[in-house]
Design a binder for this molecule. Structure first.
Ligand code: SER
Length: 323
């Protein structure tokens, strides 16, 4: 049997991009998502179902040889805050079940299953820190951050169990900052203001911002996100007991972004209607991330130039609006 890649949450912002990227490279893929997607091809099998359906997950592993898992099915931070019980069920319990299934599958088939988990800056807290490293004290205050941290720790522990073996699970994770994509406008997250604001400007609309103008957060483009995941997962082994890495491209305040947009579009109106549900979360997340470990262990690179980064994001978004 040919080995396959399992992608959960293939309809999401990250999942859909990774699905396209890996499909172009002709991998055999099994996708799982709550929602349907019509386009299928010979090497892609898409299954509609929930990540919390343990029987379904088990049957996927029983009926295939899965060599890699990309696990994107999740609730974003603001959606999680509104449904904490569901968040723990999906973001934590289902992730742990998937890690366990992958590890058992690896043992049974005598292979090392590579497992990618997208973590988040949400694991930080309770105070905003600058240049946050993987070794800083982390005490998340949100359910989203608490669930992400639990999975990071569980996956890292499982990885250690199989460290000296050539079967089991090889856990790899990235703590993502806000992700900016030119062709989708996310909702349900705290960092979503950035793509939403650029999109509003590109479509001549006023933007109502729920975060204060001073709020500083780190960001990355979707293109760099996909390449980074591919780079991390493409390594045969990562010589590191640290399994979760920080990456970012640029760090900027709401006002920095507003000014850059205004520079590009001229007149653009913004109104600040601060929403404490958003502000109180953003205030516990780091203003920037230290990426030294990722640079050292798997050669992550970043130009870290705000002007260049933001110009590229705005231009991509305008290009997409026109298409
Ligand atoms: N970008 C995510 C959110 O805002 C954090 O990982 O929910």
């Amino acid at each position: 049997m040919n080995s396959k890649i399992l992608i959960t949450g293939f309809n999401g912002e990250l999942g859909s991009k990774i699905l396209d990227f890996l499909a172009q490279k002709n991998y055999s893929i099994i996708g799982l998502d709550l929602n349907k997607k019509l386009s299928q091809s010979d090497n892609i099998k898409l299954i509609q179902g929930s990540i919390s359906d343990k029987d379904l997950i088990q049957s996927i592993f029983d009926n295939n040889i899965i060599s890699e898992v990309y696990h994107f099915a999740a609730l974003l931070s603001q959606t999680a805050a509104k449904n904490p019980k569901l968040a723990t069920e999906i973001n934590e319990n289902s992730s742990i079940n998937l890690i366990n299934c992958a590890a058992v599958h690896g043992v049974k088939n005598n292979i090392k299953v590579k497992f990618f988990f997208p973590s988040s800056i949400a694991v930080y807290g309770p105070r905003k820190i600058h240049n946050a490293s993987e070794f800083d004290i982390i005490k998340p205050t949100t359910i989203y951050g608490i669930n992400k941290l639990a999975v990071e720790q569980y996956g890292s522990k499982k990885h250690t169990e199989f460290d000296s073996k050539n079967y089991g699970i090889d856990f790899r994770s990235i703590r993502f900052p806000g992700v900016i994509s030119s062709d989708s406008i996310p909702s349900g997250g705290t960092t979503d203001y950035a793509p939403q604001m650029i999109h509003a400007a590109a479509t001549n609309k006023q933007y109502i911002c729920k975060l204060s103008k001073e709020t500083l957060l780190p960001f990355i483009s979707i293109e760099k996100t996909v390449l980074s995941i591919h780079q991390l997962m493409g390594m045969n082994t990562i010589n590191s007991t640290l399994r979760v890495f920080n990456i970012q491209e640029a760090s900027f305040s709401v006002e920095d972004l507003y000014k850059a947009i205004q520079h590009k579009f001229g007149e653009f109106k913004i109104e600040y209607v601060i929403d404490n549900k958003f502000q109180s979360v953003a205030d516990t997340w780091p203003s920037s991330l230290n990426c030294d470990e990722a640079k050292k262990k798997w050669k992550f690179t970043s130009s870290e130039d705000f002007e260049k980064f933001i110009k590229k994001m705005i231009n991509e978004m305008i290009k997409n609006e026109k298409n």
